[in-house]
Design a protein. Structure first.
Length: 513
């Protein structure tokens, strides 16, 4: 008869490793996240908040000085009276939990002008005053404002109104140029550490409660997993095979349907627009002398709800934009056809990668401005030209830049684009790097698949990267992705300086879509 210990041993051996390991990893990751990431992040955020607070408070005190200086400038007060009142006003100000935090004033000599807890220093030369470490505090204040007009200074000072207790302090000082004064206030590091310790205790208790709940839930999941593991494995394997077959079939069916439908439904109206736009441009140019003569005789007038003087320059730009837009739609349809067949587009252009990047940046400039406040572009001046299709490569770069902009969660995240040359490999690269949300590893391997998209709800079709990869491949190049979730993605479109094979002329196909 098996013993209870033997039954327990068999049960533990039966536990699926793929269930136990994620459960243990989850617990370890949770604990590590709390103590290595969350708590330090909270501490840093709190300290940054305190530093921002004293900066704002110093700005408020500076505004008080400006108020009295303005009164002196208008003659309402003498300069001496204005300075006396400003000093008295700041001497009375207090803040903080115990209402003992304060402001002080010294000048650029430096001499102490006002200090609510050290009146014995007022009027005295403070240039030689140093903290226990030997740092000359007031000289450091002068150096900070001379470098940037304002700044933070770390030093040791008495604890509020207790001159016998010296503790670390961080202060923010700002120069008031009209009077040659420096006004400042600070925070005590021990205050911040006490607040952080209290917050850490509360956060730790909360996290351990959550951890306990997670462990209970994990135990339940393991227990259920032991029952259904074998059936689940079989079902997953069967579903994976069917999904792969269905995806391949659906991809080919959808691609064929889309190519044929889009070609017929879009090309006809786009061709009509392309043919009619030059006629409209010709008619507008013919009407210009008549409209100009009318304006010269009768002055500016309204046309279509706009002043003629403004519309005169805008209409040619609008017509040119219509022409460019219709040609781009035509080329997108053509690219879709290229993706469905093996024959590459003509590669007869002398491609300048810097010029390609410059044009692409100009085309998506509005989206870039809306997406980020930190955009940087770098051109490698040593890049030679190479044979290819400039418009197709430009389409690749535009698509990569649009994707990068869409990946940025807020405008404070950055976007960088650049060109580079690898002489040893004989390759040119156009790089687009964002500080966006990144791409999870399980998705990274599928992003080039046709019709695969994570933006289905936002109108994405999943063809952008697939077509871009096809265009790059037709040039003998490749798209290389590196990404880290929550940190960003870098894409390198790499093109060889020597084309892989002679290009095929497709001019006739473009003229007769």
């Amino acid at each position: 008869m098996p013993s209870p210990i033997g039954n327990l041993h068999l049960s533990l051996k039966a536990l699926p490793v793929r269930i136990i390991l994620p459960a243990v990893a989850t617990v370890l990751l949770f604990v590590s996240t709390i103590f290595l990431l969350i708590i330090p992040a909270v501490e840093n955020r709190l300290m940054e908040g305190k530093r921002e607070m004293i900066r704002e408070l110093t700005e408020t005190a500076w505004s008080t000085l400006a108020f009295y200086a303005d009164r002196a400038a208008t003659g309402e007060l003498t300069r001496a009276e204005a300075q006396r009142r400003a000093s008295a006003h700041l001497r009375r100000l207090r803040y903080g939990p115990e209402a003992k935090d304060y402001f002080w004033i010294n000048d650029l000599h430096p001499r102490m002008v006002m200090h609510p807890y050290r009146p014995d220093m007022e009027g005295q030369d403070a240039s030689g005053f140093a903290d226990p470490s030997g740092k000359r505090i007031f000289t450091a204040f002068v150096e900070a404002v001379e470098q940037g007009g304002a700044g933070y200074v770390d030093y040791a000072w008495q604890w509020k109104d207790d001159p016998d207790r010296i503790v670390p302090k961080i202060s923010y000082v700002k120069r008031f140029a009209p009077w040659g004064w420096i006004v400042g206030t600070g925070i005590y590091v021990e205050d911040v550490r006490t607040e952080i310790a209290a917050m850490t205790r509360r956060l730790t208790l909360t996290c351990f409660a959550i951890l306990l709940a997670v462990m209970v839930l994990t135990a339940y999941i393991i227990r259920r997993g032991m029952i259904v593991t074998r059936e689940k494995k079989q079902a997953e394997e069967q579903a994976r095979r069917r999904q792969k077959q269905l995806f391949q079939a659906a991809k080919m069916v959808s691609l064929g349907t889309l190519v044929s439908g889009v070609a017929h439904e879009i090309n006809n109206p786009i061709t009509s627009v392309m043919l009619n736009t030059p006629t409209l441009d010709k008619a507008w140019r013919a009407a210009l002398p008549i409209l100009d003569d009318h304006r010269d005789r009768n002055g500016d007038f309204s046309l279509g709800g706009m002043p003629y003087s403004a519309l005169r320059d805008r209409i040619p730009k609008l017509l040119a934009a219509i022409g460019d837009g219709t040609r781009r739609v035509r080329d997108i349809v053509s690219d879709l056809k290229d993706f469905a067949r093996e024959a590459p587009a003509a590669h007869a252009d002398d491609v300048d990668a810097n010029d390609i990047l410059r044009k692409a940046t100009a085309l998506v400039n509005n989206l870039i401005k809306k997406s980020t406040h930190h955009f940087a572009v770098r051109y490698d001046p040593a890049i030679p030209r190479f044979k290819g299709n400039a418009q197709r490569i430009e389409q690749v770069v535009i698509n990569l830049m649009v994707n990068a902009c869409q990946a940025l969660p807020d405008p404070e995240r950055g976007l960088r684009v650049s060109t580079s040359l690898d002489p040893a490999a004989g390759e040119v690269a156009i790089e687009v790097s964002d500080e966006g949300t990144g791409i999870p590893p399980e998705i990274l391997g599928r992003i080039k698949d046709p019709f695969f998209t994570t933006k289905r709800d936002g109108g994405g079709t999943g063809l952008g990267l697939a077509i871009s990869d096809k265009i790059t491949g037709d040039h003998g190049g490749r798209l290389v992705f590196t990404s880290e979730p929550d940190k960003g993605t870098t894409v390198r479109a790499i093109f060889p300086l020597t084309p892989p094979r002679p290009p095929r002329n497709r001019t006739a196909a473009r003229e007769n879509p």
